[in-house]
Design a protein. Structure first.
Length: 196
């Protein structure tokens, strides 16, 4: 009977399988390394792109914050200029008010009475004076009621006093100035583009 030694053949197959397993493990390691490297590179690129986008957004936000601060500063300047303009317009409107008020008071004052004091606080004028009779004070109140410049006269006090042996009536009266409407100038018909 012939004896065949199969041990070297088995050893050769085992060595071949080990070599194939080593090659497969090496290939798996290389493939896993390639996948990890590709993923790492992709994630790194995404991270860098996001960081760059964030830095651009932060720069834009800082620029916008500066522009907002400039706009707030301009708004404060505009408000200050509008307040100054309003003051100038009020001064322009009320420039002749004292003259008109004194003229109106002189026109509405009946004979036999005179003012000793005229004080203005805001739109309220306080009048103090002397009158021959109470009827003259009542006439003054009626006259101020129909005035074009004053309204709501109210008698605060009236009392009898003797001055140089003459009986007089001392009175205190409050009156409110009417708000005058600013008149707009009519359009000039000679200007170009004006309707005939």
């Amino acid at each position: 009977m012939i004896r065949i030694n199969l041990l070297p053949h088995r050893q050769l197959k085992r060595a071949e399988r080990q070599r194939q397993f080593g090659l497969m493990a090496l290939m798996s390691l290389v493939a896993a390394s390639a996948v990890v490297f590709t993923g790492w590179t992709y994630l790194g690129a995404k991270k860098d792109a996001q960081l760059e986008r964030n830095s651009r957004l932060e720069a834009a936000i800082a620029k916008l914050d500066k522009e907002i601060a400039d706009i707030k500063n301009l708004q404060e300047q505009i408000n200050a200029l509008l307040e100054r303009k309003q003051v100038v317009e009020n001064l322009q409107t009320n420039r002749s008010q004292a003259v008109v008020v004194l003229d109106e008071l002189a026109r509405q004052l009946p004979e036999g009475m005179y003012f000793t004091s005229i004080k203005q606080t805001g739109n309220t004028i306080t009048l103090q004076g002397m009158a021959d009779t109470n009827a003259r004070v009542a006439t003054l109140v009626r006259n101020l009621t129909v005035s074009n410049w004053m309204e709501s006269p109210s008698l605060v006090e009236i009392k009898a006093v003797t001055i140089n042996g003459v009986k007089q009536n001392e009175f205190t009266l409050n009156v409110v100035l009417k708000a005058q409407q600013v008149e707009t100038a009519p359009a000039d018909k000679n200007k170009p583009g004006a309707k005939p």
